[in-house]
Design a protein around this ligand. Sequence first.
Ligand code: GLN
Length: 500
Amino acid sequence: MACLDQLSAAQIAAGVAAGDFSATEVARASLDAIERRDGEVQAFLQVSADLALAAAETTDKARAAGEALGPLAGVPVAFKDNMHLVGTRTTCASRMLENYESTFTATCVQRMLDAGATPMGKTNMDEFAFGSSTESSAFHPTANPWDTGRVPGGSSGGSAAAVAAGEVTVSLGSDTGGSIRQPASLCGVVGMKPTYGAVSRYGVVAFGSSLDQVGPFGRRVEDVALAMNALAAGGRDPWDSTSQPVAVDFLAHLNDPIEGRRVGIVPALMDAAGLTQEVRDAVSAAAKALADQGAELVEVDLPNIASAIAAYYVIAPCEAFSNLARFDGVRYGYQEQGCATLAEQTSLSRAHGFGEEAKRRQMLGAYLLSSGTYDKYYYPAQQVRTLITADYARAYEQCDVILMPAAPRTAFKFGELSDPTQMYASDMFTISNNIAGNGGISVPLGLGAESGLPVSAQLQGPAFADASLLTFARAIERSFSPDGGAPVAPAFAGKGGELA
Ligand code: GLN
């Protein structure tokens, strides 16, 4: 009897198409795994059992009618709760949107459904995607499946944990400064932030519009490639002005040889303060694995990357302040009752609807955009952005991809990073890529020698070289995950999820 834990997305789709099992059986197996595992993990804010079973039935009926099935037929997928899906609430893990019912479906979600995926529900996150631990969810924390006393990372912590615990095969997250790659790293799964513009954000609640990008999680690079194909299918989305057509078959390039291709290493990053020895060692081992497969390692420099976090914490709060101004307690979202004036209602709705970090970001943004401070901080931050973008352009004249850590350390304990600036440093290796708009992927490298927790490497690439990132990620996976992908966290493997 097959267990969901063992199956890749492609195997599920092939099994459904061949009639080895039905999409309904797969959906039930996923629901069973969620039922038995999620009490402890708490990756989900909402399990959409009815939607899942209805979608699976549609898939099974299509097969019975002899229709061709999609490449994700029957694959159980979860969506970060900042993505609209009709029939679910979209809360962004905030009291502000606690009862908000999606009125339309996001393009990224729709494309997964069009490929045949089964929607299992909505996953937990840091409120409005502000954070790196999922602790700022207004509803409950999510546990790291590898050690339930630790955080899964964030802000897409629920999406990463749901995959790491084997509750679903694939999930979607969003990454504004690292929110796909850092939780993927802490949960030992693959997580990809595609190039800015590669995936439509239509229907994804905006945080930092010049930085936000949607991308997939999976335990295998192949699963992520399959999801990327689904997200790209249909071409440019006219509903998102930043959307670009992506006409590449990500699966077709997965096993391209890397011989003779150049992998950039940034020595200063490998010596960065805060990077733990076990992560440094693991990334060095990944570099060696790529060299053993014929890649050429070259040293490159990103001289301005040390200013990336500072620039991000000017640009991102400004954009967040502007985007979140729409939550005024009038048209939708939390509304304070019994107020004497509209001003009081707006002010109290925002004061009581938003959590601490969401307020901190918006106050920071309001301050930074006020006259005087605008010239002092916003302009320089945009100038730093130009410099970082130019650094990458120069580096990519010398190499095809850059290898570096994804997160400086393994999963931390709940409450361990109480100072916000410590939390902000979680993204020291990911943020610069959002600033430049390039793609990046976090690839699991097994368990750290010291902590025994998942460690990973990150690959970054030039704009729209996302297929190359998957090729190199697959090369690393070949060396580090001989079984073809990362395992389900041992405490949850085999707990339910059998295909009846
Ligand atoms: N941790 C970063 C922040 O809090 C990035 C979050 C994200 O990518 N959504 O802003």
